[in-house]
Design a protein around this ligand. Structure first.
Ligand code: PEP
Ligand code: MN
Length: 340
C-alpha cells in the first residue's frame, strides 16, 4: 500500500500519517526528495488492507491511497514515478547517457588490469570492472586474488580515473570490498542470498544486482526490494542471461527484461552481453540490441590476451574490438535519443 499526500500537505499532517502507520504495527517508508510525498506502508498487511485504505483516506493531507498490485513496493514505479539515477562518483546511471563498464572477468595482475583500464578508457568506457572474489563452478578453478585484487583495482582507478565495479560474494567481505569498490556487484549465484542483500543494503554504495540464472524477473525485483528496504536506494538491475533449453550459447539474453523492468521499476537496468552469450563473437550484436531496447548501461568483459585469461577468455573482447563496439554504440544510442 502507498499513501500519496497532497502537494500542499503540511509536515504535521505527514507526521501524523507516519505515526498512525507505526501505531498499527507497520513501517512507513518515505520517498525522499520528490515534490509530492509518497509514503510506502511496509509490513504484513494481509486481511487488514481494505479497511486500512478507508482509514487513511480520512487523514487530513492525504490525496490517495493505492494498493500496489505487485509484491514489491519501494522498487515500484507507482511508489517512485521518476527514473532513479544512481550516481557513481559523478557517473550517472539511469539518465540520458548509456554507461559502459568494461574490463576483465578477473583481476589477474597489476599490469594486466592497468593496461586494460587505460585501453577501455581511451575507447570511452565510463567504469572499469574486474573480479577479485570469483564465484567459480569448480573449487579448483582460479578463485580471484582477494584483497590484493582489490588493491590492484584501486590502482587502476587512480591511473585511469574510472570508478570500479567489483563483486562481493560474502557478508563478511562487504566492509572490505566497499573500501575499494565504487559499485558492489552481486553475482547471479547470490541474487537470492538474502543475508548478503541485507548487508549491502546497510551500506550506501551503489549495488549492481545481477539476475539469477534461473530466476524470474519478479524474483530479481524482490531481491532489489530487500536492498532498498534496508535503506539503500542505489540499486542497478543487470540482465546477464538466463538458463533455457537453448544450448547454442552459454545463456540466453532476455532482452524483454529491459522494457519489463523499466516498466515495473524506477531502477536503472544494465545488460551484461558477455555472460549472456558466453562468446565474444556475439557480444557486439547483443550490446547493440540492449542499447536499442533501452538499457541504461552495459557490463562488457575485455581482456588484453583472452587466450591466456584466467577466467572467461572465450567471451572477452580484445581492446580493439571493444573500441569498434563503442564507435557503433554511439550511433545506436543516438537513434534512441541517448548518448554513450
Ligand atoms: C562476472 O561478472 O564476472 C560474473 C561472475 O558474473 P555472473 O555472476 O553474472 O556470472
Ligand atoms: Mn566473467
Amino acid at each position: 500500500m502507498i499513501i500519496i499526500m497532497q502537494t500542499q500537505a503540511t509536515s504535521d499532517q505527514i507526521q501524523s500519517v507516519e505515526d498512525e502507520i507505526q501505531r498499527i504495527g507497520l513501517r512507513p517508508f518515505m520517498n525522499p526528495g520528490v515534490e509530492r510525498k509518497v509514503i510506502a506502508v511496509l509490513g504484513a498487511l494481509d486481511a487488514k488492507k481494505a479497511d486500512l485504505v478507508e482509514h487513511f483516506y480520512s487523514f487530513p493531507g492525504v490525496d490517495r491511497v493505492d494498493l500496489i498490485s505487485h509484491l514489491w513496493k519501494l522498487a515500484s514505479r507507482e511508489y517512485h514515478p521518476e527514473d532513479t539515477i544512481v550516481d557513481v562518483c559523478g557517473v550517472k546511471i539511469g539518465g540520458v547517457q548509456v554507461v559502459v563498464s568494461a574490463g576483465p572477468c578477473s583481476v589477474e595482475s597489476e599490469e594486466q588490469m592497468i593496461e586494460i583500464a587505460l585501453a577501455v578508457k581511451a575507447s570511452g568506457a565510463h567504469l572499469i570492472r574486474g573480479g577479485a572474489f570469483k564465484p567459480r563452478t569448480s573449487p579448483y578453478a582460479f578463485q580471484g586474488l582477494g584483497e590484493e585484487g582489490l588493491k590492484i583495482l584501486a590502482k587502476a582507478r587512480d591511473e585511469s580515473g574510472l570508478p570500479v565495479v567489483t563483486e562481493v560474494m560474502d557478508t563478511h567481505d562487504v566492509e572490505l570490498v566497499a573500501e575499494y569498490a565504487d559499485v558492489l556487484q552481486i553475482g547471479t549465484r547470490n541474487m537470492q542470498n538474502y543475508s548478503l542483500l541485507k548487508r549491502v543494503g546497510q551500506t550506501r554504495h551503489p549495488v549492481l544486482l545481477k539476475r539469477g540464472q534461473g530466476c524470474k524477473l519478479r524474483d530479481q525485483v524482490m531481491s532489489a526490494e530487500y536492498i532498498i528496504a534496508e535503506g539503500n536506494p542505489n540499486v542497478i538491475l543487470c540482465e546477464r542471461g538466463i538458463t533455457t533449453f537453448e544450448d547454442s550459447t552459454r545463456n540466453t539474453t532476455d532482452i524483454n527484461a529491459v522494457p519489463v523492468l523499466k516498466q515495473w521499476t524506477h531502477l536503472p537496468v544494465m545488460v551484461d552481453p558477455s555472460h549472456a552469450t558466453g562468446d565474444w563473437r556475439y557480444v557486439s550484436s547483443v550490446s547493440k540490441a540492449a542499447v536499442a531496447a533501452g538499457a541504461d548501461g552495459l557490463l562488457v568483459e575485455v581482456h588484453n590476451d583472452p587466450k591466456r585469461a584466467l577466467s572467461d577468455g572465450p567471451q572477452s573482447l580484445r581492446p580493439e574490438q571493444f573500441d569498434d563496439l563503442m564507435r557503433q554504440l554511439r550511433r545506436v544510442a543516438e537513434a534512441v535519443d541517448r548518448t554513450v
